[in-house]
Design a protein around this ligand. Structure first.
Ligand code: KG4
Ligand code: ZN
Length: 336
C-alpha cells in the first residue's frame, strides 16, 4: 500500500503551524510559529493581532514544512486544515491557505476539528485501540470524550463554565504571571504545599461535568482579602493549592467515566496535558487502582496547538474519503 502524505494547517488561536504527516503516524515536519510574545503585553490573545500574524507567517511556514520533509507539492496526497473551534479571523487564514494549495495543486481538501486533532496527537506516539477514553484539557476546552471507532467521538462530560487552562491563566494573572500562565503555575505548585482549602466543585455529583469558575473566584478572593489586610501569602503554596483542587477534580471525573466505560487506553491531550502534576497524579491513580489500561500522554511539543495533530486526524478522514470542497467556512464554536 502506498504511503499517504498530508500537508496540514492549524491556525485556530495564536500559533501558525504547518506540518507534513505520513500515514497519520509519522511527523516529517511540524513547523510552529508562535505569537505569544505579541499577545503578552495585552494579557491574553488579541484576535486582530493574531489574524495579522497568521497572514504574515503562513506562507513561510508552508515552505519550511515542505523543505524539512524534503518533499514538493507533487508528493502530497491531500491538504487538511482546522476549521474550528477557534478565533474566526485566525481560522480563516489557515482555511484560505489550505484552499489555495488544494486548488492550485488539485489536491483533496480535508476539514479537521481542532479538538479531534488534540485527541489524535496520541496517534503520533501510540497505536490507538478502540474504544478509548480521552481527557481533553486545553485553554478553551475541558471534556471527557469516548472515541468508539476511528473519528467517532462522544462527549461524556464538559465544563459548565471556564476551561481548565483558562482557569490557570486567570489565577496566574493574579499571581503576576504572564499569559499563558499554566506552565509557570505548574512549576510553582511543585515547590509549594496544598494548604489553602479551595473548593472541588461537583466532585460529589454523579455526572461527568466540570466547573472551574468557583475555584477561580475562591482563589482570587483569597488573594484580594490577603492584600486588603496586608497578609503575606506564599505564592508557591497558592499555586499548589489551586493545582491540588484541579487535579482532584480531573481525577475524580475521569475515573468516574472509566468506571462506566472500561477501556484499554486513556489519552490525555491539549495544552494542559503538559502539566507535570497532572501526569504524575494520573499515573499514580492508575497504579493504585490496578487498572489494566495504558495512559497516553503525547510529548510536550504535541500538547499545545500544532498542525501535526491535524494531519493525524485528517488521515482518518482521508481513509473514509471524507473530503471537503472549496466553499468550507470557519466554524468558531464547533464541537464534536
Ligand atoms: O491546547 P492549547 O495550546 O490551546 C487551546 O486550544 O486552548 O492550550 C493552551 C492552554 C493555556 O491555557 C496554558 O496556560 C495551558 O494550556 N498550559 C498549561 C501548561 N502548559 C500549558 N496548563 C497547566 N500546566 C501546564 N504545564
Ligand atoms: Zn488547542
Amino acid at each position: 500500500k502506498k504511503d499517504t502524505l498530508i500537508l496540514s494547517f492549524e491556525s485556530s488561536c495564536d500559533e501558525t503551524s504547518v506540518a507534513v504527516i505520513k500515514n497519520g503516524k509519522k511527523i516529517l515536519s511540524n513547523i510552529i510559529a508562535t505569537q505569544i510574545k505579541s499577545h503578552q503585553r495585552f494579557g491574553g490573545v488579541v484576535p486582530e493581532v493574531a489574524s495579522r500574524h497568521h497572514v504574515e507567517e503562513v506562507t513561510h511556514c508552508i515552505e519550511l514544512a515542505l523543505d524539512e520533509a524534503k518533499i514538493g507539492y507533487d508528493d502530497l496526497d491531500a491538504v487538511a486544515v482546522t476549521y474550528g473551534p477557534g478565533l474566526v479571523g485566525s481560522l480563516l487564514i489557515g482555511i484560505m491557505a489550505a484552499k489555495t494549495v488544494a486548488f492550485a495543486h488539485n489536491l483533496p481538501l480535508i476539514k479537521a476539528n481542532h479538538l479531534a486533532g488534540h485527541i489524535y496527537s496520541a496517534n503520533l506516539v501510540a497505536d490507538l485501540q478502540y474504544p478509548f477514553m480521552a481527557l481533553l484539557v486545553s485553554g478553551g476546552h475541558t471534556e471527557i470524550v469516548l472515541v468508539r471507532s476511528p473519528g467517532e467521538f462522544e462527549t461524556l462530560g464538559d465544563t459548565r463554565d471556564d476551561a481548565v487552562g483558562e482557569a490557570y491563566d486567570k489565577i496566574g494573572r493574579v499571581l503576576g504571571i504572564n499569559y499563558p500562565a499554566g506552565k509557570q503555575v505548574d512549576e510553582m505548585a511543585a515547590r509549594g504545599n496544598d494548604i489553602f482549602d479551595f473548593p472541588r466543585a461537583m466532585v460529589q455529583e454523579d455526572n461527568l461535568d466540570f466547573s472551574f469558575s468557583g475555584l477561580k473566584s475562591s482563589f482570587i478572593n483569597r488573594v484580594h482579602h490577603a492584600d486588603q489586610v496586608h497578609e503575606e501569602l506564599n505564592k508557591d503554596d497558592l499555586a499548589a493549592s489551586f493545582q491540588g483542587a484541579v487535579l482532584d477534580i480531573l481525577s475524580n471525573k475521569i475515573f468516574r467515566a472509566l468506571k462506566q466505560h472500561p477501556v484499554k487506553q486513556l489519552v490525555v491531550a491539549g495544552g494542559v496535558a503538559a502539566n507535570q502534576g497532572l501526569r504524575q497524579r494520573l499515573k499514580k491513580d492508575v497504579e493504585e487502582r490496578n487498572l489494566d489500561m495504558d495512559l497516553i500522554f503525547p510529548p510536550l511539543r504535541l500538547c499545545g496547538d500544532n498542525a501535526a495533530m491535524i494531519g493525524a486526524i485528517a488521515q482518518v478522514q482521508y481513509d473514509k474519503k471524507d473530503f471537503a470542497d472549496l466553499t468550507i467556512n470557519a466554524d468558531p464554536s464547533l464541537d464534536f
